[in-house]
Write a protein that binds this ligand. Structure first.
Ligand code: ADP
Ligand code: MG
Length: 544
């Protein structure tokens, strides 16, 4: 037998109400999105002549009224006729947005699934709709439902075009009658929606003699939807401050703008970072048609770029994203790869066109680049060209190729590999650095937290290269042992050495000098093995 699955509305309704979204506050986003959609539809229909006459001010009002325990969302959009209410509202999971999208190819519509409206029942005992279509010769319509599968629908007199949704907030959801709470939710989800949204607390005293200037809670025209060519550096920096009021000026930014094979816009900022512990992840905000979706961008943004700041907007990422959805979605994989490529291209461009500024920013940049090279092979391929290593002396930077060229022949081990000498502490290892430099070797800095892991990783990935710490024993295979086995202490250090034998001063440092300079004239000459032996003895004797 073949047949059709039937749904029992009585049973399915409570499930929708309870479990549609785990986060109840989402209902605000859904209803405001519907109001935005209704407004955008009207603009589209007007532009093609299907909606006649003046549109008037297109705005959305959100009004919280603690006295009547209602939250209302009012728009001046397309509105609905009685037939439309019956079709779009009374049929759960029938999306008018989807239908409109199919018909008009209007990419600015937010809705998709035809469930958003019902999220209002998560927080309401009763929901009412007062609506009037933009179509000529239609009457206003009233619809009401108390959360049971029964509804009321009849015609009313309504002057103005558009829709007013009134939610009678239930006992458990009284928080949504607090003006501060609603304002907070609006600022989170609706901050960059394309229609002006005004928030009003009906209970607020308004002095009649005072003219209060109304200000929308949103910026209807965020810069990521504009063309990069219309924007100045100042615009980008200002937008950064809008997103992160306490952030430092970003190093630079990338304006993403793709329309094939998926839609994606956004701006990614490289923040200034000195220490890796300052890094804050989850600073990128994900939007879908200017509606905030989440700031958990894992899977959409490659792991190493989660350190970046900014916004990504893609209508191809649906509003109800969930972890499992994102992982399996082919678009998400493409978006991820595209972002990686864009970032690598931008870095290469700065490196080629303005190497000086690239090097100046390396302290912050290096972290992203190294992390990216360790975790993403596609990025590694590109970054091999612009990763730089700073000379221990400071100020000079080598790419891998440059380092190889500069040390050719001189710095090879017996396997013929280029030995990259590095220092993890230029002060502590100063003597070894000097010795190596004296031989004409290049020593690079590897002082940051990520460097140890990076070096390990690159030793596997870079062919013909091996890393050696400048004070490691095998450096002796490169640096002739005979020539500077002697370690010379200055008068000052001699005193400290003496002290050490009485009081344990672990920071005592030795200088190593190349033979022939001053070993004879120095007051004390201690060889390194000798020194180490004594230190060991001291340790064995219980720390002096
Ligand atoms: P979706 O937005 O995914 O289509 P919803 O459940 O949010 O689903 O809404 C269902 C439909 O109801 C919408 O597609 C639209 O046709 C209609 N609708 C909802 N709210 C409004 C509104 N404020 N003005 C006009 N139509 C609306
Ligand atoms: Mg919707």
């Amino acid at each position: 037998q073949k047949g059709q699955i039937r749904v029992q509305t009585e049973n399915i309704f409570p499930i929708i109400k309870k479990f549609l979204y785990s986060d109840h506050e989402i209902f605000v986003r859904e209803l405001v999105s519907n109001a935005v959609d209704a407004t955008q539809k009207l603009k589209t229909l007007s532009s093609i002549g299907e909606a006649k006459g003046e549109l008037g001010e297109l705005r959305i009002d959100v009004i919280v009224d603690a006295k009547t325990k209602t939250l209302s969302i009012v728009d001046r959009g397309v509105g609905m006729t009685a037939e439309e209410v019956d079709k779009y509202i009374n049929q759960v999971a029938f999306s008018g947005a989807e239908e409109f999208l199919d018909k008009y190819k209007d990419a600015n519509i937010i809705g998709h699934f035809g469930l958003g409206f019902y999220s209002s029942f998560m927080v309401s005992d009763k929901v009412e709709i007062f609506t009037k279509s933009f179509r000529e010769n239609t009457k206003g319509v009233f619809w009401s439902c108390d959360g049971s599968p029964e509804f009321e629908l009849y015609e009313i007199d309504k002057e103005d075009r558009g829709t007013r949704i009134v939610m009678h907030i239930n006992e458990e959801s009284q928080e949504f009658l607090e003006p501060g709470r609603i304002r907070g939710i609006l600022e989170k989800f609706c901050r960059f929606l394309p229609v002006a949204i005004y928030f009003k607390d009906a209970g607020e005293e308004v002095k009649t003699d005072e003219v209060v200037e109304e200000k929308p809670i949103n910026n209807t025209n965020p810069i990521w939807v504009k063309k990069p060519s219309e924007l100045t550096a100042d615009d980008y920096q200002q937008f950064y401050r809008e997103l992160y009021p306490y952030g430092e000026t970003p190093l630079f930014w990338i304006h993403l703008n793709v329309d094939y094979p998926f839609n994606l816009t956004g701006i990614l900022y490289f923040p200034k970072i000195k220490q890796s512990y300052e890094i804050q992840k989850d600073k990128i905000q994900l939007y879908s048609n200017q509606v905030f979706v989440t700031d958990e961008v894992k899977d959409i943004v490659p792991e190493f770029l989660m350190l970046l700041h900014g916004v990504i907007d893609s209508p191809d990422i649906p509003l109800n994203v969930s972890r499992s959805y994102l992982q399996g979605d082919p678009n998400v994989k493409k978006i991820n790869a595209h972002i990686t490529k864009k970032v690598a291209d931008k870095l290469e461009e700065i490196f080629r066109n303005d190497r000086k500024s690239f090097e100046e920013k390396w302290e912050s940049l290096g972290l992203f680049v190294k992390y990216g090279m360790m975790t993403d092979d596609k990025f590694l391929d590109k970054a091999n060209k612009f990763l730089v290593m700073e000379d221990a002396a400071g100020g000079t930077f080598y790419t891998l190729e440059e380092y190889k060229a500069a040390t050719e022949a001189l710095q090879k081990n017996k396997d013929g590999k280029t030995v990259i000498l590095y220092t993890t502490d230029p002060i502590q290892q100063d003597a070894y650095i000097k010795a190596a430099q004296g031989k004409g070797y290049k020593v690079i800095k590897a002082e940051t937290l990520i460097d140890a892991a990076f070096i390990n990783n690159m030793e596997m990935k870079w062919e013909g290269v091996s890393f050696t710490r400048v004070d490691a024993d095998i450096v002796d295979n490169l640096i002739d042992k005979q020539e500077h086995a002697a370690s010379v202490l200055s008068a000052d250090e001699e005193t400290r050495l003496k002290e050490l034998f009485q009081f344990d001063a672990p920071e005592l440092r030795m200088t190593v000098e190349v033979k022939g300079l001053s070993a004879e004239t120095a007051p004390v000459v201690a060889t390194r093995p000798e020194f180490m032996r004594r230190m060991k003895d001291m340790g064995a004797a219980g720390g002096g």
